[in-house]
Write a protein that binds this ligand. Structure first.
Ligand code: NAP
Length: 293
C-alpha cells in the first residue's frame, strides 16, 4: 500500500516516521519545508502539493492543526480531493468538528474514493512509540484495508460507526483531559499557596483514586513551574474545548465546567502561551494568586 502523508507537525512527523520504518512507501507534503529532512533520510518522497500526494497514493493521511488547516489542504485545485483516484482512500486523523468531517466524506465520495475520520488520543511520546489510541469512523472498507498501517501508529484501534462519531468521541475525550489537567493545576496552586509541599500533594494524588500517567508526567513540571516542553500545544487544547462546546450546543447539553475552563485557556492564549504545552495553563492560575489574597 502506497501512503501519502500531509501535515508533518508534532504528531504527523512521528506517525509518518513509523510508517516509513515499517517499510511503507510514503509520499509527504507539509506547508513548511523545514519538516522534510528527517523523513527524507528515512526514504520519504516529497510531493509538490497535497493534490500530488493524493494522486500518487492508495491512501492519503492528513494530520492537520484544526478545521481551517484541513480545508487548506483538502480543497482547491491543489488540494487532496482534487488528486483522489476512484477506489483510493482519504483518512483524516486531525481533531476537527463533525461538520468538517462530513464535508470531507461528501467530497471524497464525489470522487469515487473512500473516507475515514480517525482522530487520535495520545501525545508526542505515544505517537513516537506507535501506542496511540485511534478512533475511526466512516467507510468500514477503508478501515479494514488500512489496518496494517493503523497498527504501525496505534495500539488501540476502534471503529465507531458512521462519519462524525470519531470526531464526537475525540472531543468528549479531550474535554475530560482539559478538565482534569486544570484541576491538577488548581490543586497544586492551592497547596503551594498554603505552604504545603507540592511533591507530597503529587504523592497523595498518585496513591489515590485519581492516580494517572498524565499527573505523573505533568505534575512535577507544573509544581516546578518549569518550561513546558510542548507535547500537546495549548492552542490545540483550546480549539478542542471550543469544538466540544459547539458540539454540546448542537445537542442541547450544557457543559458547565468546560465553558469556564475554555475561558481559562482563552486567557492563556491571549497571554501568548499558545505554542507552549497545554500544562502551561498553570501559569495563568498561579499568576492570579495575588488578586485573590
Ligand atoms: P502541530 O505540531 O501544530 O502541527 C500542525 C500541522 O498543521 C503542521 O503540519 C502545520 O504546518 C499544519 N498547518 C497548520 N495550519 C495550517 C494551514 N493554515 N495550512 C496548512 N497547514 C497548516 O500539531 P500536532 O500537535 O501535530 O497536532 C495535529 C492534530 O492532532 C491537531 O488536530 C491536534 O489537535 C491533534 N492531536 C494532537 C496531539 C498532541 O499531543 N500534539 C494529540 C492528539 C491529537 P506547518 O508545519 O507549516 O506549521
Amino acid at each position: 500500500m502506497d501512503i501519502g502523508f500531509v501535515g508533518l507537525g508534532i504528531m504527523g512527523s512521528a506517525m509518518a516516521t513509523n510508517l516509513l520504518k515499517a517499510g511503507f512507501r510514503v509520499t509527504v507534503w507539509n506547508r513548511s519545508a523545514d519538516k522534510y529532512a528527517p523523513l527524507v533520510d528515512l526514504g520519504a518522497i516529497v510531493a509538490g502539493s497535497p493534490r500530488a500526494v493524493a494522486a500518487s497514493s492508495d491512501v492519503v493521511i492528513a494530520m492537520m492543526a484544526n478545521p481551517t488547516a484541513v480545508l487548506s489542504v483538502r480543497d482547491g485545485e491543489e488540494g487532496i480531493v482534487a488528486g483522489l483516484l476512484p477506489g483510493s482512500g482519504y483518512l483524516d486523523m486531525s481533531t476537527v468538528d463533525v461538520k468538517t468531517s462530513l464535508e470531507s466524506a461528501r467530497l471524497t465520495h464525489g470522487k469515487g474514493a473512500l473516507f475515514l475520520e480517525a482522530p487520535v488520543a495520545g501525545s508526542r511520546k505515544p505517537a513516537e512509540d506507535a501506542t496511540l489510541t485511534i478512533m475511526a469512523a466512516g467507510d468500514r472498507e477503508l478501515y479494514d484495508n488500512t489496518q496494517p498501517a493503523l497498527e504501525k501508529m496505534g495500539k488501540k484501534i476502534l471503529f465507531l460507526g458512521d462519519t462524525g462519531h470519531a470526531a464526537r468521541m475525540k472531543l468528549a475525550n479531550n474535554l475530560v483531559m482539559g478538565g482534569v489537567l486544570t484541576a491538577l493545576c488548581e490543586g497544586i496552586a492551592l497547596a503551594s499557596g498554603c505552604g504545603l509541599d507540592t511533591a507530597q500533594l503529587l504523592e497523595v494524588l498518585d496513591s489515590g483514586a485519581v492516580s494517572n500517567p498524565m499527573f505523573r508526567l505533568k505534575g512535577p513540571q507544573i509544581a516546578a513551574n518549569e518550561n513546558f516542553p510542548t507535547a500537546f500545544p495549548l492552542k490545540h487544547m483550546q480549539k478542542d474545548l471550543r469544538l466540544a462546546l459547539q458540539l454540546a450546543e448542537e445537542v442541547g447539553q450544557p457543559l458547565f465546567a468546560t465553558a469556564t475552563i475554555n475561558e481559562l485557556y482563552k486567557k492563556a492564549l491571549a497571554e501568548g502561551l499558545g505554542d507552549a504545552d497545554f500544562a502551561a495553563v498553570s501559569r495563568v492560575i498561579k499568576s492570579a494568586a495575588g488578586n485573590c489574597a
